[in-house]
Design a protein around this ligand. Structure first.
Ligand SMILES: *Cc1c(COP(=O)(O)O)cnc(C)c1O
Length: 352
């Protein structure tokens, strides 16, 4: 820390991203990316737009926003496009939470929630997941605080049904309930339709997982028009040109190619079932997943050791550590061939 670093941030512990190794031939199952490339139309659209990069991007990519709204069944004034969903999350934290407006979320969830709350000095109520790593909705109903829930949750993969989400939203009418739907396309049920009915609900989504654009950075947030206007006030105060031209063009093409991406999601769901069955046959415990990853442990070996032994064999999974999930690894569901290599490696390590 330099002697110039603001005292406000002295105690800040930043988010730890998954490794992005360069130059090594690893099978990468550690950051929940899609194993499938963007569709040809997406590549063509991004390339065509690159020639216009001398001009600033649109303040809000209108065609993309309209197409997104149409796909979600809402109006364009209900939608704001962002630079990855991480931006949608921190703009929401900045806009709606503060020292006097605390936020509640589970102990095991997306690591950025606590980092943003720390960065912005927002008090946090951390609610432990149940023994089976599910969320007990009763612990959030009428809590009288802002709430952030990833649904399906990460890194557990477990999902809350829509009526439970609605109960949390309905019982906290004077607080924001933010649902992070990064993984909704892998078997979740979206809460977007509820944004028509509740003015305190925000739903955040991303093109990083199901739409093969993690490296392009594109996300969105859906909610009541008044909430979207507030979010725009903050966005215009930080980075009005937040979605670059190539990404906006790529995102629009991706929405037009929706069938390609939804077919990829179905392949991932099939592969997820195959991997789960194989691991269970080897004595693993695998949490039920509605996402493109699984959280798994074996009684035969500690979580960190399995991570290390897999890495030696060129397979990178995510070991998260932490008290309650130290025995587990989070394994992204890749292409079928990648997962066959993963299963072979596990068999060699723990002896089939
Ligand atoms: C991956 C992820 C995000 C962030 O995705 P972006 O790449 O910033 O769109 C947000 N929430 C959860 C739960 C995630 O797993």
């Amino acid at each position: 820390m330099s002697r110039f670093f603001s005292q406000r941030h002295e105690a800040l512990v930043p988010y730890t991203p998954g490794e992005q190794p360069s130059g090594q031939k690893l099978i990468k199952l550690n950051t929940n990316e899609s194993p499938y490339p963007p569709s040809p139309a997406v590549l063509a659209a991004a390339q065509a737009e690159a020639g216009r990069c001398n001009l600033y991007s649109e303040l809000q990519p209108q065609e993309l926003t309209n197409a997104m709204a149409q796909l979600l069944g809402v109006d364009a004034e209900n939608v704001m496009m962002t630079n990855g969903s991480d931006e949608a999350l921190y703009l929401s934290f900045l806009a709606f939470f503060d020292e006097k407006r605390p936020v509640a979320f589970p102990d095991i969830t997306y690591g950025f929630y606590t980092v943003y709350a720390d960065l912005f000095h927002i008090p946090q109520t951390i609610i432990p997941l149940e023994q089976d790593f599910t969320i007990d909705p009763a612990k959030y109903e009428s809590i009288g605080q802002n709430v952030v829930i990833a649904n399906p949750n990460a890194p557990t993969g477990r999902m809350l049904p829509l009526d439970k989400i609605e109960g949390i939203v309905r019982s906290n009418p004077d607080h924001i309930v933010l649902i992070d739907e990064a993984y909704v396309d892998f078997g979740g049920v979206s809460a977007v339709s509820l944004t028509r009915k509740y003015d305190n609900l925000l739903v955040v989504g991303t093109f990083s997982k199901s739409r093969s654009l993690a490296g392009a950075r594109l996300g969105y947030v859906v909610g009541d028009p008044a909430l979207i206007r507030d979010l725009n006030t903050i966005r215009y105060s930080l980075n009005p040109y937040n979605v670059n031209r190539m990404t906006a063009a790529a995102g629009l093409a991706a929405l037009r190619d929706n069938d390609y991406y939804m077919a990829n999601c179905r392949r991932i769901i099939e592969t997820r079932q195959w991997v789960t069955d194989r691991l269970c046959a080897m004595g693993f415990e695998v949490l039920p997943s509605a996402t493109n990853f699984i959280l798994a442990k074996t009684p035969k070996m500690g979580g960190r050791e399995l991570y290390t032994r897999l890495r030696e064999k060129g397979i990178l999974v995510r070991y998260l550590g932490g008290e309650r999930i130290r025995e587990y690894n989070r394994i992204t569901i890749g292409a079928r061939e990648e997962m066959e290599a993963f299963i072979r490696a596990v068999e060699e390590i723990i002896g089939g």
